[in-house]
Design a protein around this ligand. Sequence first.
Ligand code: BGC
Length: 409
Amino acid sequence: MKLTTKLLAATAIVSATSAGAVDLEVMHWWTSGGEAAAVAEFAKAWDATGNTWVDGAIAGGGDVARPVMVSRILGGDPPAAFQFNHGLQAQELIEAGLMLDLTDVAEAEGWEDIVNPPSLLDACTYEGRVYCAPVNIHSWQWMWLSNAAFEKAGLEVPESWTEFVADTEALREAGVVPLAMGGQSWQQSGSFGVMVVALAGLDNWLAVNRDKDASVVRGEAYGEVFQAFADARDMAEGLDVQDWNQATNAVITGDAAAQIMGDWAQGEFAVAGMTAGEDYSCLPGLGEVAILDTGGDAFYFPVVDDPEITAAQKELAALLLSPEVQVAFNSVKGSLPIRGDVDLTTVNECTQKGLDLLAAGNTMPSGNQLISPDVNTQLNDLMTEFWNTPSMTAEDVQERYAQIIESAS
Ligand code: BGC
């Protein structure tokens, strides 16, 4: 705990009208307009308990934020709570005994019965103990489209990646950049993963990401996706933005026609006052393979030597999964709740498509659940190199991708 936060917490304890009011510093990378609005719902709910949410937002996305969080923890100055993605990102911290065991909270709150799909609780569980509080389901498997951009080009909004590709030339003629892509490596690598599932099928994706079968990367189906990704690189020429939400903004303004991005993009459309179906459209699985991955976010709570803080951390963990907070947060965030027993208040047509896929069990694990952070970084680095090096061919990137998967097996 930061000294200032500790002092604040101590002051709060002494002066609070509600006994035991505690300040908790919570670190996350939710800094876009939609994300900030969503995290404000968590802060509001926590503050309403008489405690105080000390917001520790880190700009620049998860790849920037996670190392900062880890260095705070390893440096003995941990925040009270922090966001990671569902999956393997916290494994080493758990193994090192640095994460608070939340098993008693999970048992008292019946998480085993309410968390849906159960794989999200499994992702928090290590050697039978629960170490995180899952807060949402976010899927990467989406494309977002500007209805105005297609109208400008005299086109119907496409219903699949294949139809979209056929529109590229007409979009260019109308002065629209077909595909919006930001400069961060995770955006390029993540989009490629979505294209693999949509164009080569889930079995091939699993063979590579779960079974680490490099021969599948070298095979024909993956080869076609690398080629399609090279074409996507051409489609994105003409838009020079860095952050994912700047790319989403190009779709919002109609400067770009489409973006492959996780459903957190919906938070941006909402903040811009846009209506799903009227102003923008969405294609889960790129309109090719109707599936969602069950990625998303979970909160971890570092071990601190202060019983008051520990009790407050557990109180916050329970609160994040409460029905009211799940509805309030996920309605704004564009994500789906992690409990099957709550209804979002107003659901737009895109969220409804997501809920239907979830209810039908059309789900798959996220990359973070199968690939170690280290291998993920290598793949991100490779895909961004490819994206930024026009002379690098689909065949070049295919072989290097295969080598990374080979060394991960
Ligand atoms: C998180 C989302 C977040 C997105 C962009 C993802 O890793 O799961 O909650 O909105 O990154 O910042």
